[in-house]
Design a protein around this ligand. Sequence first.
Ligand code: ZN
Ligand code: FE
Length: 247
Amino acid sequence: MRVVAVPCLKDNFAYLVIEGTQAAVVDPSAAAPVEAALERAGVELAAIWLTHHHWDHVGGVPDLTTARPGLPVVASAKDSEKIKGVTQRLADEEWTETANLRAYAIDNPGHTLGAISFRIADAVFTGDTLFGAGCGRMFEGDPAMMHASLMKLAALPGETRLYFGHEYTQSNLRFAAAVEPSNRAVADRAAAIPAPSTPSTVDLELATNPFLRCSEPAVIEAALAHGAASREPHEVFRALRAWKDTF
Ligand code: ZN
Ligand code: FE
């Protein structure tokens, strides 16, 4: 299995997940860059996998499916009402299979209530739940929900590759440094951000992503200084997320 990141719109990533001559595309926000990437890779589109219903993740679906009648379009059962043309609705840990591509859904409510990540082998596509050194805003969920979703991803094996939905890593690391000025891993990562910065790994996020570090004493202290109601991880998370929203 091979993954090709496809920059779309201003800072979105779609991804081709390639096995042999077949590919699934994750979050095609626009059709044209995905078509070009398919042609460059010399592969055929076999499925569309959608992490959530936002327009900047599903915008390319109509054009891609019009050109390929019957193409499977896979999304969370909870989001499927909000997306036109979904053909398979996944529950938590339910599998989707097309050609030689087999992935399962990880329910990640918070950014949206129906947000999911797709896991295939050692790769996970996180949409707008987890970003490099950051996380998505809570448009539909609450802090406890979003924090639990991030902890699910954090519990995956350390070498798991995390392919996220937006290139926000640089600005996220500026925030991470404000939360933990003495975190060397944050400084080291900020000094050498690859372009693009996707994928990350679980280990790298555990070391540098403040939203996964809500039990670290330094993060707790910073959150308390920014209005956290208690040292409870989801209260620390709530304060960090609110701080980041205006950072
Ligand atoms: Zn989104
Ligand atoms: Fe997005």
